[in-house]
Design a protein around this ligand. Sequence first.
Ligand code: ZN
Ligand code: ZN
Length: 1208
Amino acid sequence: MEEFLKHFKDHSRAEQRWLSAVFEAVKQQLHPLIDASLGLSVARLSLAVVSKVQTAVGSDATDLPVSYRFVSLSELIRDQRSACCSSLSWSSAHYREQAKGAEQKLPGYKALPRDNLLLIGFLCDGQATGTSDGVWRVRDAGGSVACVMLKSSCLWLGRLMLFPSWNYIPHNAPAAGYLELLEPPLCVILETMAFDPGGALSEIMSVTQAAELLRQRCEDQVYVSVSGQVSVVCPLLVIRGKRFFCLILSEGASSVSVFIKEAKHQYWRQCVCVGQSVWISSLRVCSLQGLEGRRVLTDSCQSRLHPHLQLQDNSEDPDTHTDSLTADSRTADTHLCSAAASGSGPAARVKRSTLISFKGMVTKILNAEAGLYEIDGQVGLCLAYQPAQKWGGGLRPGAEIQLHNVHFMYRASPFAPHVVLCACLRSSLQITAFSCLSSKVEVSGSHGPLQCLLLEKNLGASQYLWLCYCQNAVTERLCPRWVRAERVCVVAERLLDFVCGTERKTQKKRDIYREMIQEPHQCPVTTFCVWWPSAALWSVRQLSDWMRREVWASLSLASLLPPSAAHMTAVELNAALSWSVHEVPLTDVSPEPLLLVGVLELDSTRATLQLRDQTHALDCLCVTTHQSGTRNTHLNTAWQGCLVCVRRCTLVMERFMKTHFPSWKHLDQPSYITHKHFRLYLQLCVDDLTIISPSAAMSHHLMDDRHTDREKPRKATESAKRPRADEAADAPASKRPLTSPPCVSLLLRLESKQGVTLQNSSTDAPILQPGFVCRAACLGDVQLWKEDPKNHRTQERERHGDGQKIELHFMGSCVRWFPVLHPGCVYRIIARNTEDVSVLKAKGVSPRGGVTQLSSPTLLLQPQWRIHLITEELPDAQSGVPALMSVSEVLHSSSAPEIVCFYGVITKRITLQEDNGTNAKIQSLTTAKDESIEQDLQVRLTIQDAECPGHVIDVYLDLSCGPYTIGLIAGAAVSICHLQRRVSKACNVYCRSLPISCVSVTDLTSVRSRSVTPSPPPMMLLGEWASGRVQRCVLAQVKGHVVCVLSLRLQWTCSLCGSIFRQTSCGRTHPPCDSTSAVFQAEAKVVVEDGSAESQVWFSSDTVCDLLMLNGSQWEGLQRHVKVKGHVKVYTRGRNMMSDEDPGDALVQYLNCLCSSSAVCRPIHLTCRLRAQRTGKSQLRKVHRGQTEFICKFTPALQLHCQHIHKH
Ligand SMILES: [Zn+2]
Ligand SMILES: [Zn+2]
């Protein structure tokens, strides 16, 4: 120490202290590693260190950088937990300026903090520590740290170095940090360099000569030295535990491939870069078995790598592209390959990528695990086709990089930047400046699951980019609630399979040697699909937000109104506007194909099926297709819990508005809309669902389907024991019990289902909650199971019992089962974690005071119980479900019961006016939460017979007594149970809902076809229609002749109160009405005959104009004339038409002429509806023909209402 310190006698005490510390560190960390043969003392070594430090600082040679602390590598690894940088040569001002510049370039990142540390150590290639992985390391007596350099020289290996500037990036794993050397290291001790050419000195060959040599059949044992320019540097590969890399030397048109296989030469990978000239000695010729014996050069033990004399240091290769990338200039060399994409997608265009070099700055890590980066804020970089680089290879945001031989792709995927550079085994990536910004380093040296999949499936670049996009989406939306993190990739892969369908081109297996050295170059990314797969995955929230915007954006008030809108009073008009529906097929939402991925679950507050992900949930109306012969027409319970992908569905937006428009003329003034809300849901068909990950019950159901024919009793239990790959694995691990607990079950057949209503939950707590009741017949007694039988095939013992009828009560959260319970189906109810068979025993109401109740024993469902649909055919059980009636049966059957169940198709829905508070409003729990809930919603549905379109019935429904029923829109096929059948005073049959009524949508027009037009009513002869011999149609088409106009009434009506409106004021006086708006209304009664009979047909406002054959201006002129008196009525008296008020009036005269003109009395084609379904008895009347008197039986004239005049 003294010997050392005497050199610095005149330095200050602080400097002396610093010098002693350096001496101590050199003694401990560096001197033990110095070759003893050099005879170097600690003092001399310390002196050399100090002098190097002074050189590096670059200031006055006498100054010592006392602010810098010597750091040993073990200390660095142990104590440095955050990234930092250190530089001897930077002034503080220089550091600040550089940090500021970098932060400005990439806002959002902070510069690495500066630490004044002195780092000295030996550079080695890992052989010293036993790992020849091609990674350089800095080593001292205490430890070693990996390092990366911008440019390195073979001459540095094994030398004691001072590192003037470096970044230290710690890693989340212990002892896994690494150094980025910003400036070349400085040699501390200058050793005499012995020239070692490596092996026997031979003449240096040019590349052209070497290529010629390889072509000749020469002996393999020739050693050659070759000099040339490096044109390709391939990444380090490990094949069967052996590490190697390949580089290609070129000269003019010729090139030779050199494989570097010796473990001790692997560090050369960091010493060579594209464009550099080198010579390599002692190379052997050998042939590659993998490549049809193609001959290449390979290194030998004695080989040496020498940099060429003129090192091309700062020159840039001419073909390096900088930021100014114009994308369209690189789209040459295109060839199309027509390949039809599966399903709806457009054909995938296949394009050839171009090999380029590129220089830029990493601006973002898009997905480190997938090897995706962003360069210069706009270009994507995909490194997935290369072996994974340790620590992401220094690719931190802010790092400047140079790429050689990367594939340029334009529009490879809509989910990646327009331009993606894809590196393959021939590409090299070189960092030209390390980032001085701080960022997280996540990647270790091994492949992530995405890259494993890439290798396994041989994916093309476009598919890989889509897979990465999909993996992100699944992680974000389904993990961890439904998909475990380690299963995300499996789910993403299935989605990729689904999206690509059969089109997934399995590329040829990768041949790494071919990929690296063959000309012309061929690899998995030489071609790519343009913009394909383009299917976007929307989250449920995204879709729901789109629907929220669309629901009002698509609203056009005028389009909601019928053609008769101009004749509607305010009450009629506002009623017509109060509800409307907007349907959009999913395929129309965006020009690119759209997919929804979510889990189907049952919702307990709405009693609906929902499609859910972690962002949101949407109600679904799900139907199964009717296929005659199959029993499977109902939604299976097994669907709940399935992870599905939806490609086709209809988005339904129901709008509710409270409006106060005085008349149709005010529709452009939105201020008359006082309240609006909406309901959103999806209509889908199970055939359009693709199961990505089935529920346990579903996978069993599918398996059972396959084995239906040759089933054995043991099969079910066996398959239950076998762990299924999907459900069990995708569900969160915590949910899976190790051993399955015992449970009890009950097999029953559902006979009827009532609607969900709000009910008192119990006697002691008067809280209303939703609930419903089903009736069922037990097929056997309660059974005990060792493990949950779920929906497995039934066992003999389950079907032994007395067939007891019971009532099932579903209350509170149990109403979630509502959408999956269907009368006629067999279910197994399971109570888990119990061996007590009495829990599933229905309890009869005990007779009280000698009175026995008629109701069946009841079973109150518990929330934790499960219900499974059993799809197998059961031999002995007969269904006790009465068949549903058709609409015409309900209309015409003389023996129709008072309570009916029938099916039909909705053709029209009208919201009825609220009766003002006659019903006590039920405040439910749900209304408290949801302000938009409809109160007192009464609707009238017109339901058409599914087979005979001429039969329609009106059904009055009260939708306010339970959760809102979705799907009641025109075109939906419904089955309605427990309705009250009634006959009006006019003898018309209609139905009213009861609290127990239950409406279920069984089919959707939107699913069957896109058009909503119902089939036209049948053509009828009036005589036939009137006779009532056949079941009388309600709607029919008639072709006949207008005999005469019996009456015609024209009137201006006050749109608010309905009184006659004269000129500009309402005629009502008690109390006076100050309305200023009126609508014109007209009614005509006409005799029409068609040869078989005649009938009276009523025409109302909008059809009167057509009946009278008036054009627009004539019709308006007529209206003006009527306005004077407010109304006019003419009727037939004998041959003429007359009016009670003023027979001489010109208007009356005109109407008289008009009505008897041949323009009105003409052949006509009408669609009519019966005014009254039952007419009175036939009458006998005397008829005179000349002298003869006849007594004829007249059926009373048919009374019809014209709905439409067909114009030909
Ligand atoms: Zn390639
Ligand atoms: Zn009025």
